[in-house]
Design a protein around this ligand. Sequence first.
Ligand code: SF4
Ligand code: SF4
Length: 374
Amino acid sequence: MKIMIESQKNYELPAVKAIIDRIFAEFALINKLQECRTVLLKPNLLGAYAPSRAVTTHPVVIEAVIIKLQELGKEVWLGDSPGGSLPVSRVWQVTGIDELCSRYGVRLLNFNTAGISEHKLHGESYQLAESFFTADAVISLAKYKTHSLMNYTGCIKNLYGLVPGLKKSDYHSRYPTYNDFKRVITDIYEICCRRIVLHILDGIDGMEGEGPSAGIPRNYGILLASVSGAALDVQAAGMLGFKREQLAYLYECLNMEQIPEQEISVDTRWQKYVFPNVKIRKVNQIVKMIQHSPRFMQDIFRSIYKFYPDFNDNCRLCGVCKESCPVQAITMTEGAKTPVIDYAKCIKCMCCHELCPYQAVYIHKSFLARFLVK
Ligand code: SF4
Ligand code: SF4
């Protein structure tokens, strides 16, 4: 399995575009996309962070891929579901995505509101962005970072952004330990990986320390690409200095794709390369405490880590939330001052929160959730 690694120290568009041209040629993308009309880009747009913070995929990398796809005559879609409870429009603005998409006429999709499809695997049911499955092809544009819970985040973890809204935080509360949560990540990768024609990892500026958002930007100066996200991640995480036993979820995905580790092929220059002194040890203290606590403590954590949508007095009973709820969890009752949510049905996608025209839906957070859900 070929991994392509190209050195690039900065985000100058002509140089980045030249690399994207070489990547497309190496992986025969022109042939692979021949029958495709629409191509969905899935960058990492974790939150409202400026590109210089190295939390999100840099807009120049995205721009170079958009230009390439439009040269090939493709209709480009771009989508993500950022984490946390900030309005998605704010994330689009701060990360530079809305300006980029309007400049190139790219269809920008908020995965929280653009439709959800359900997928069952290994006894679990996953609600994922529908457009990921309706686009003719998908290119993942991930970011190269350390991660406080999973140690490393790259291509595989990027697909967690297909989970709508605060449902992501819900999985974190249901599966607070590494071992439990990695099952969610590997399942989502298994459901999605065959639709992705190419993974590109933006490691020009990546992150070390307390990723995925509170770490320190670091200029690794590389762009990586492969048709296997698992193979790419195994190579890239190793270059940060992680040991095999710290990367169990990557190796599980590699096995699932039936790629023998010895068949990962990379230029000799990078074969044993490890970036010096990468800060990978610090983890979020709350997460660390939960990970190492006994099962009954984890159950207590689950019971006090709560968040859910609710209504305030701004409600004018317009019904937009009821119409937009993907699982019909909202009902309007005659005489009531607000709609009612059936929390047994609610998947916490936060569609109602985002689409209410009167800011009448707020997110109720328990004391602990106020610390952990921004
Ligand atoms: S969309 Fe907002 S204002 Fe309209 S019914 Fe729902 S909560 Fe009330
Ligand atoms: S009530 Fe419906 S729209 Fe609102 S968060 Fe729950 S599932 Fe989403």
